[in-house]
Design a protein around this ligand. Structure first.
Ligand code: SAH
Ligand code: MG
Length: 217
């Protein structure tokens, strides 16, 4: 297996400046895990926001001559809407709507990742209805409602190839630490018997597919 590279100083500096929700230690773990799963194929990220985690994943894809598809409707999750805990008024567009597309493009351009990372603007469950490509990895960091997290697990985990990675963010063991939807899909993946625990850092959980998906044969 190829050795695992660390993020360049320029990219460490960039991710530090990008708005978002990926603590550095977890980002470093994500960067390493992604390098071990990318083998020249495609990876999917759900929840681009302004591209913070996309830089870690995208750089890993570049190192392994792979492609990262990053999916987001760019309207923000519930907690990003006006009046909610994580609302950032600087991300409201001229039309008065929350919109992170411009920030994502800016981040990818600055990281020189525009050729490696392909953004798709849309609702993840809609895109999953027509997706038909096996994946080296899936990173789930989109909507944290029960419905959104469940739809991401059901729509995307099936495409992870045997030996590929299913990575979930914001997995908290108790309600006090955070919402339980990501934790529940992480448990569902383990309980399916199709995945085994590979690594963890903070609220990041890395699973590896050990059995083919019954949905995809
Ligand atoms: N990974 C990012 C944080 C993602 S925040 C980082 O490192 O900073 C969650 C994102 O998921 C938001 O941008 C929101 O717009 C998006 N999202 C929520 N529900 C979604 C859905 N159903 N389909 C696509 N994107 C969704
Ligand atoms: Mg997150």
């Amino acid at each position: 297996m190829s050795s695992i590279a660390s993020l360049s100083e320029d990219l460490v500096d960039l991710v530090d400046r990008v708005k978002g929700f990926m603590p550095e230690a977890e980002g470093i773990a994500l960067h390493a895990a992604a390098q071990s799963y990318f083998t020249g194929g495609v990876g999917v990220e759900i929840g681009s926001y302004c591209g913070k985690s996309s830089v870690y994943l995208g750089d890993a894809a570049r190192l392994r001559e792979s492609t990262l598809v990053t999916i987001d409707h760019h309207r923000g999750s519930e907690e990003h809407q006006a009046g909610w805990e994580y609302h950032d008024p600087s991300l409201v567009g001229a039309d008065g709507r929350f919109d992170t597309v411009g920030e994502l493009r800016h981040t990818l351009a600055e990281a020189e990742l525009e050729d490696v990372v392909v953004p798709i603007i849309g609702r993840s469950a809609r895109i999953a209805t027509w997706w038909n490509t096996e994946l080296d990895l899936v990173f789930i960091d989109g909507g944290h409602t029960e419905e959104a997290a469940r739809a991401d697990y059901e729509g995307w985990a099936r495409w992870v190839r045997v030996g590929g990675g299913l990575i979930t963010h914001d997995v908290f063991l108790t309600e006090d630490e955070g919402g339980q939807a990501p934790h529940r899909i992480f448990r569902a993946a383990l309980d399916s018997g199709e995945f085994a625990e590979a690594a963890e850092a903070g609220s990041l959980r890395v699973l590896e597919r050990i059995k083919p998906s019954p949905s995809n044969g």
